[in-house]
Design a protein around this ligand. Structure first.
Ligand SMILES: Nc1ncnc2c1ncn2[C@@H]1O[C@H](COP(=O)(O)OP(=O)(O)OP(=O)(O)O)[C@@H](O)[C@H]1O
Ligand SMILES: [Mg+2]
Length: 299
């Protein structure tokens, strides 16, 4: 299922994803096209519900698109059989999920070993590799801790180690710094840069943090299931401060709208109190980031 040379390393063409819940249809992606070269590290940004996780799940072979084409590391994902998708997930892509999928009853060591067990790697190689990976992410002294005996940043690093255990070519990261404070977040991003530069992995990272997005080779902005802009760091420098302010201001407005919507949902009893509190804290944190960004731009 390898594609010919004219196709980009990672490429989507007019991706459409429709979710159906009973009679209700949600158009999560509406003709999304993007291109990523081998060895690049790109960021995906966009408001809540804009389709970022859906896109990553299609690239990772978890969700099938309703229409459109997907190529990952030269493999045709669109027409892959279920068995080929399993192989893709096991050997070609590493995936760090928005809700970390570490297994709470397993230690850090065992969580990292798990994908290698699935790929039937011999025991001797596994041990060496798990120790090497946990050392790379700075957790050599936490190998036998379980997830709830680790800090948020440490758990995130276990998830990175597990995602690269089988030496995937492509790493998909869904808000890898999501629930972390800014400082811990930048440590995680440093590790991801290391994985990108030193191990040559292509990385697609969803983030809401503009300073993290700026450290990537390119920034893809999604709105309502479509890419509305692609921004290179050079373009970012050339882009006048005025237009950058517009982008940040617009994003800040989106976040304020998200907050208002959330408050409405809570008032009308659509949300559990604990969910409301968690989402509210997250949005306030985002709002703060963008306000700092406005400040940085001199406003
Ligand atoms: N399994 C599903 N069934 C029905 N609707 C879904 C499903 N998954 C996602 N959606 C809807 O598709 C849209 C895009 O969701 P998605 O999770 O991709 O957004 P996102 O950009 O990752 O948002 P966030 O920043 O909050 O993580 C949303 O409106 C969401 O409600
Ligand atoms: Mg998401």
């Amino acid at each position: 299922m390898l594609m010919n040379n004219s196709v980009k390393y990672i490429q989507t063409d007019d991706l459409v994803k429709v979710f159906r819940l009973g009679n209700v249809e949600v158009q999560a992606l509406r003709g999304l096209s993007m291109r990523v070269d081998e060895g690049e590290m790109v960021a995906i940004v966009g408001a809540s519900g804009s389709g970022k996780t859906t896109l990553l799940n299609i690239l990772g072979g978890i969700t099938r698109a309703t229409a459109g084409g997907t190529v990952v590391a030269g493999y045709d994902v669109t027409n892959a059989t279920p068995i080929q998708l399993v192989a893709l997930r096991r050997e070609v892509v590493g995936h760090i999920f928005q809700e970390l999928n570490l297994i709470s009853t397993l230690t850090a060591y065992e969580n990292v070993e798990l994908p290698m067990l699935a790929a039937k790697k011999p025991g001797k190689d596994r041990k060496k590799r798990v120790e090497e990976l946990l050392t790379i992410v700075g957790l050599a002294d936490r190998m036998h801790h379980k997830p709830d005996e680790l800090s948020g940043g440490e758990r995130q690093r276990v998830a990175i180690a597990a995602a690269i255990a089988n030496d995937p070519k492509v790493l998909l990261c869904d808000e890898p710094t999501g629930d972390l404070d800014t400082e811990t977040g930048s440590v995680i991003v440093e590790y991801l840069h290391k994985v990108n530069k030193e191990f040559g992995k292509t990385i697609i990272m969803v983030t809401h943090d503009p300073s993290i997005a700026r450290q990537c080779d390119r920034i893809y902005r999604i709105r309502d299931g479509q890419i509305i802009s692609v921004q290179a760091p050079t373009a970012d420098q050339e882009m006048g401060a005025a237009s950058r302010i517009d982008v940040v201001r617009e994003r800040l407005e989106e976040i304020k709208l998200d907050i208002a919507r959330l408050d409405e949902d809570a008032k009308s009893g659509l949300l559990e109190m604990s969910d409301f509190a968690r989402q509210r804290v997250k949005l306030e944190e985002r709002k703060k980031l963008f306000e700092e960004e406005m400040h940085r731009l001199g406003l």
